[in-house]
Design a binder for this molecule. Sequence first.
Ligand SMILES: Cc1ncc(C[n+]2csc(CCOP(=O)(O)OP(=O)(O)O)c2C)c(N)n1
Ligand SMILES: [Mg+2]
Length: 367
Amino acid sequence: MANKEQEAIFTPIGLNNSENGKIDKSVKLPPVTKKKHKSLGLSEDDVIEMYRLMYLQRRFEERAMQMYQKGKFGGFLHLYIGQEAVSTGTVFALNDDDDIITAYRDHGWGLVRGITPNEGMAELYGKATGCSKGKGGSMHFAKTENHFWGGYGIVGGHIPIGAGLAFANKYQDNGRIATCFFGDGAVDQGSLHESMNIAQLWKLPVVFVVENNGYSMGTAARRHTVGEIHERAKGYGMKSALFNGMDALTVYENMKNIADEVRKESLPYFVEIRTYRYRGHSMSDPQKYRTKEELQEYQKTDPVERMKSYLLDEGIVKQKKIDEIEEVVEKEVMDSIDFAEESSFPEPEALYEDMFTGTSHFHDDRR
Ligand SMILES: Cc1ncc(C[n+]2csc(CCOP(=O)(O)OP(=O)(O)O)c2C)c(N)n1
Ligand SMILES: [Mg+2]
């Protein structure tokens, strides 16, 4: 039996020990970048906007959680709280027409890729004004005109679609890359390995990104997967990277370099970003698999607070400006709740719209 000191823990400063005390998986947060926004090529307005977007993601989800708890809408609700630097740093690093596809923890991704709070909240409420016309809900946010392809509920199921987006971009020679995000729980799905194989073979311009938040539902990464996740790339001769996901500037710096290389060389990349989710897996998670102390330790590295401190410490803004940004966001989010509540549910006929069945084509062929 492992004694107390040897128990496996997931901590930003520690190492995850196996039962015999031997280190079998590092879950340490890698260091953040020392570079300032200017040397990374970001303007003051860019970093202010990064803060606004991270704060928006946080407040949107905190309010969504309250509405869910009040019974205003049902279904699943997986919160991205704690991981906002990953979506934000990435969207700034990519071109606006590069493709993004992710799993079901998708609200933050949608908001940062142009889904308005109104469209997002209405989608949670299942209303026709939602970004997926109220037919997707929490797990299926999407805005395809902004090259955000959602929102996918089957663990690992969207990874071949990410590779397919990259294939389409390469085939059309349009200079775009595709980025495909998934959790640590997806790294042993066959779909990832099939996609990595074909992506390397066909030199697809795709970045496969694991958002390693330490847990797959209630199972710690140490207990569900062997070895170091980022080293999976070795088996495919694929380039890989590992970096800290609690700091938007670090995510931006790394994702920018990777996106530039993937675009220029037309090759795939495998990335592990270490991050942490503050809330349970979904709303009905008693979180018995981790301690309060562990959570508190991560909250010390909070991405939203970190960016706020950066703006203040670098003299980019004064507290008054932060207060103004936060007030506008808060109002926008509160208004989105009114918007969602006042919107209508989809008409019954909507059941048959936006469906791909292939039947009309089939019948046409037979005629
Ligand atoms: C193929 C499949 N198996 C099981 C599930 C049930 N399930 C939903 S979420 C989840 C955990 C995934 O964890 P991870 O990939 O780490 O993502 P995170 O929730 O941490 O963002 C599981 C097993 C599923 N949705 N799809
Ligand atoms: Mg996870």
